[in-house]
Write a protein that binds this ligand. Structure first.
Ligand code: GAL
Length: 314
């Protein structure tokens, strides 16, 4: 980009909060745009061997005095003979009736991946890919704008995700794929095998950061014969995103160009009967058509260009 050139402002729904890696605990952060149904927060960490307790608070502001209301307090406790989680709401400085969840899957000395999925009426929590609890809101979700993590926990990553925009009602229980900050496995160019091709319902998720002075970013799907029926290319020179046909024809995607240097992005491809749906930063922006046979014949996903990847899942 030329010096002095201005970035086009992105419409709000496209702005994605970047993940935080290895934040120091206690950690308090604003949740960009606040919480709303369909948002997810992923917490990856480890419980120290001598942990007594830690807490994850989805709170209304971050003032110290008075203490902010906490819509959802998630509090694993390890110092009793039966480790458990306490959930509660703090309102006007008073704790409400607490709920206790036994059979805690988090363990002292072990890593974990916890996903908080915010719905219309309640928040669901999964631990290591398994549903663990749900908690009905007692304060409006719209008041929550801050995440606080404190106590005995070592945090590897905190990420803010959108649920699959193509799933009706966003009520599907999604899998949280781990975020890796420095992995040779995720260095671009990066390739993933698709041993059985793509089938309706299958998704490809790519999350990462655009590098400084980027040139392009390409995601391509190859078949057994090394043909490339699907290519998605972001070109930074003319700031366009397009599907590129095997013959080099470009079909522009008319959505805001959201790949900015040093900014986080999320690309989701959903395989459907007759093609692929594309979502950028949680918003559906278009589709490309491809017959089911061609989808089934795909064998490889390749990602290249000026990006640092944190998560590639197919
Ligand atoms: C209290 C504890 C608070 C909070 C609350 C939840 O006993 O001091 O930190 O966990 O329980 O109900």
């Amino acid at each position: 980009m030329a010096p002095g050139e201005k970035l086009d402002p992105l419409p709000d729904p496209f702005i994605l909060q970047p993940p935080a890696f290895h934040p120091v605990v206690p950690y308090v952060t604003t949740i960009f745009g606040g919480l709303r149904a369909g948002k997810m927060v992923l917490l990856q960490g480890e419980v120290p061997l001598d942990a007594r307790r830690f807490q994850v608070d989805f709170q209304c502001g971050c003032s110290q005095h008075p203490r902010p209301d906490i819509a959802f307090h998630f509090n694993p406790r390890f110092h009793t003979t039966k480790p458990h989680v306490i959930c509660n709401t703090l309102r006007g400085g008073r704790w409400q009736a607490e709920t206790r969840w036994p059979r805690l899957a988090l363990q002292r000395g072990a890593g974990f991946l916890t996903l908080f999925l915010f719905g219309d009426e309640d928040v669901k929590v999964s631990v290591n890919g398994k549903h663990f609890l749900h908690f009905r809101y007692r304060l409006p979700l719209s008041r929550v704008d801050t995440l606080g993590i404190s106590g005995d926990v070592s945090v590897k990553a905190v990420a803010f995700l959108n649920s699959n925009p193509f799933v009706e009602g966003g009520s599907e229980y999604p899998a949280g794929h781990p975020f890796l900050s420095e992995s040779p496995w995720l260095e671009a160019p990066c390739s993933r095998a698709l041993p059985r091709g793509l089938w309706p319902g299958q998704t490809i998720t790519v999350r990462g950061l655009v590098l400084p002075e980027p040139k392009d970013f390409t995601l391509s799907l190859r078949d057994e014969a090394a043909h490339v029926p699907v290519t998605l290319r972001a070109s930074f020179a003319d700031r366009t995103l397009a599907w590129v046909s095997p013959w080099g024809r470009r079909q522009l995607i008319l959505a805001p160009f959201l790949f900015y240097p040093q900014r986080f992005f999320e690309v989701l491809l959903l395989c459907q009967e007759g093609g692929l749906q594309l979502a950028l930063n949680g918003q559906g922006v278009g589709a490309t058509s491809l017959g089911q046979q061609a989808l089934e014949r795909l064998r490889e996903l390749r990602i290249s260009g000026s990006v640092r990847l944190y998560c590639v899942h197919c």
